[in-house]
Design a protein around this ligand. Sequence first.
Ligand code: GDG
Length: 458
Amino acid sequence: MPEHRLVVVSNRIPTGEAPSGGLVVALHDALKERGGVWIGSSGSTAEGATEDLHTIAEEPYQRLSFDLSEQENEGYYLGYSNAVLWPLFHHRTDLIAVDTEHARIYQEVNAKVARMVARVVGPDDLIWIQDYHFLPLASELRKLGVDNRIGFFLHIPFPNSSDMPALPERRLMPDWLSAYDLVGLQTQRDVSNALDFLLRDGGAEILLRGRLRLGNRQFELRSFPIGIDVDAFATASTENAGAGERLRLGPGEKLVLGVDRLDYSKGIPNRVEAFGEYLRGRPDPEQRATLLQIAPPSRENVEAYRDIRHDLETISGRVNGEMAELDWTPVRYIRRNVPRDTLAGLYRRADACLVTPLADGMNLVAKEFVAAQDPENPGVLILSHFAGAAEQLDEALMVNPYDAVEAGKAIQKALDMPLHERRARHLSLIRSIRDYDITWWTEAYLGALQEAGPLRGS
Ligand code: GDG
């Protein structure tokens, strides 16, 4: 395929060398292969922020950042993106904080970012917009006369038809989406939710499978489950296989691992509750296991995120208070970012990984855990039905994260699982994550974007 220059836009761009957060990790892997330009906010707020783009890196791809003002950050990022769209798209309509001023600023920031992007793009560039912060960006770019091929990828779930009515701006959504040439979603479930919305409430019609018309625009809607750089992760895990020794687990003690941004969608308190159930129900009380939960803080300025921290600390304290011994603390919780290499080594040491979100677009932790296993003696993935990854990783132990008893039994089953079964499940899982890795995701998406209609100049 002829290589058009790629211009990626996302809310944040990595400023340091060790990106964390699913979207940033995935795009970094994609762009380091292909090169291009990545535009995003610096994360710092400036008084009366201008529309200047600052070059923060040239290699292996160009990174351009912009600043937001305090007020823009409050309205567009904390307010609308993370206190309206994020809860709505994760089935938490109860947490939505509707504020017309925030909605107005969200639109305004999208118009401002469109002006900055329009200055950078050349006529042959492919533009790839990322995630819910920028739903209206293509419609703003079109207003400026940008007629390049523009793609969108939504990293989080698409809301179903019972949740969508809670969004005051839902009537704008069909125009936002149809300004793109290709709307990429994580799963088939998301595609059916988006189709349902666009056909029933949005006035769109289907032309062909995956191809829609709305007014005078035609666009495509398809799923592209995101993946990881499997080899890079596998190598990091073998090179850091000693990381688990720092935990000083007792002889025969099992390690159960959880790794998530501290976010209410990830089901972290439910998971600790499930671990408590497992401990109470285990047939051999001498069998010790530690749950290591790594949960770097996230969006702490949004109120609902303070509550989740409180919930997690309460439940961890309760389980430890009940179950700990003088020489054993069953729940260890680290509210800090752990270096990526250490993380890879911890995955490899873990006997089981608990990936039990209540709602999740995909969940890269599930895939990283599988990539990090020793194929001769692999650990077991316990996966929520509500992770997008569940559509692909059906050889994991699937659980309902709301049911602590069921999830507790799954932990027991994982820790007792015979080697031949662990190997067989792992083989199937690793095949799936290799077939749909980050290179597949980028190429499949960009190939489809390129074919979504003739590009000027090609
Ligand atoms: C969004 C969607 C979708 C976590 N803690 C540390 C750390 N991490 C890394 C993990 C993983 C990433 O952050 C988290 O990715 P997820 O996919 O699990 O979740 P979100 O951040 O919510 O990502 C999600 C994703 O976008 C991609 O499309 O899968 O559904 O919500 O890579 O390893 N990394 C380091 N230290 C930590 O403490 N270094």
